[in-house]
Ligand binder design. Structure first.
Ligand code: ZN
Length: 423
């Protein structure tokens, strides 16, 4: 079987029989031994026991491997690269084309690490994420299936705005402030514009950010009626809303306003956990990247304010993760990459297991559960018939050693091979 190595290619056109030594299908509570996943014209046709070789179909022999559905990262910023966090003013001068080239590289690294699905929940330069998504879907770029927000919906000088101390507001180009609004009516308009422009997800910055100037991570930024205005637009168009919220109050505001998932949820309190459970709201808690920020951010001399706010949120968030999971709240895999380099997304799995998930729960958080909270469980997140033929494989057993997922040897997407073991 050929590995896709150049563009263009015909996306989702692959037909192949994949023989798996062990199979985790994304939904069953147990793995199965020796099974064949038959993918025809980009979609899973069937899963058969044993090692099958259907007539005329290429076979990939992964009898020494564990197969899983392609992984999903619910919280990425593929257009951004992590080491730029030390100077956000780069976004004032960069062109869309330059940002697009960075985005394509991030998308490739993310896919080859085994993440065949991703939510791009915000890009500073408007619509770079949409253009990337469309290029991938057309076979003109290599990357995961994406939902994109287009731009951040945020208050002036809020966590998604690029007002930076020492820079005049007149320096900021309009393309990085497309989603800045105040009051429900303005947010409604900006949300409608995002949908009209091609967003298939809306993203609100409900409370202050760790990696932004001014503001306190726990502090409310958007008011409940502003969040609700965005939710109403999204739901009228059949798409979902992800709310960035660290603070306990903003988490509750966002849940009650109808947001579908909460990102970070660092300072969630017991009432927030109860509400998330009651409303079926998913939490995407980026519980690994605090370690990266603390070590690399210090070494690279990121702004002292960012490092301090990271310390204030990391352990609290991990404790909230344990409590929320124990209470039965849906926690979906979300890493906030580009806080650390794209392609290292799987480093979060071990922290999730240390903090209370079984390995199977952690895997489902990045497969079927994530797909359900994207509204895409009829497309991805499991190896059931009808879903896209998005399949990865690792040596060894990730249920015994979750760190195996950091070394993905095989990536198929839509039945096409993007990575195979070296012969
Ligand atoms: Zn983020």
């Amino acid at each position: 079987m050929q590995v896709v190595s150049a563009v263009p290619y015909q996306a989702d056109s692959g037909s192949v029989a994949v023989q798996c030594g062990k199979l985790i299908d994304g939904v069953a509570a147990q793995a199965q031994d020796l099974a064949t996943v038959i993918i025809r014209n980009g979609r899973v046709e069937s899963v058969q026991p044993g090692a099958m070789s259907p007539n005329g179909m290429p076979v990939v022999d992964l009898k020494q491997y564990t197969c899983l559905p392609g992984l999903i990262d619910m919280h990425t910023h593929l257009t951004d690269s992590g080491h730029e966090t030390s100077d956000l003013s780069v976004y004032y001068k960069r062109t869309k084309a330059e940002q697009g080239a960075i985005a394509r590289e991030s998308a490739r690294s993310t896919l080859l690490a085994g993440f065949t699905g991703a939510r791009d929940v915000g890009t500073y330069i408007a619509w770079v994420d949409r253009d990337l998504r469309d290029a991938i879907n057309q076979g003109n770029a290599v990357g995961p299936r994406m939902q994109v927000a287009g731009y951040y919906l945020t208050i002036p000088a809020g966590g998604g705005d690029l007002v930076i101390p020492g820079h005049a507001e007149s320096e900021i180009p309009p393309q990085v402030r497309m989603g800045v609004a105040r009051g429900p009516e303005q947010f409604r308009q900006k949300a409608e514009q995002a949908v009209a422009g091609g967003a298939d997800l809306l993203k609100v910055i409900a409370s202050g950010a760790v990696l932004a100037f001014g503001g306190v991570p726990g502090e409310r930024e958007m008011m409940p009626e502003e969040i609700k205005a965005v939710v109403d637009v999204a739901h009228a168009h059949g798409i979902k809303v992800a709310a960035h919220a660290h603070g306990a109050q903003s988490i509750k505001d966002a849940i009650l306003a109808g947001a579908d998932t909460i990102e970070h949820a660092s300072l969630i309190d017991d009432e927030g956990i109860r509400l998330a459970q009651e409303h079926g709201t998913g939490l995407s808690m980026d519980v690994y990247n605090g370690d990266w920020i603390d070590t690399v951010g210090r070494a690279e001399k990121w702004p002292e304010e960012f490092l301090r706010k990271n310390v204030e949120t990391t352990e609290a968030q991990r404790q909230g993760f344990t409590k929320a999971h124990a209470a039965g709240v849906d926690i979906v895999y979300g890493t906030d990459a580009a806080v650390y380099p794209h392609g290292l997304n799987a480093r979060q799995f071990p922290i999730m297991v240390q903090r209370g998930m079984t390995p199977m729960e952690a895997i489902q958080s990045a497969t079927s559960l994530a797909a359900r909270h994207m509204g895409w469980d009829d497309r991805i997140g499991s190896l059931q018939p009808g879903r896209f033929g998005d399949l990865i494989a690792v040596k060894g057993d990730p249920l015994a050693d979750i760190t195996r997922l950091q070394d993905v040897a095989v990536v198929l997407k839509g039945g096409l091979a993007f990575k195979l073991p070296a012969e």
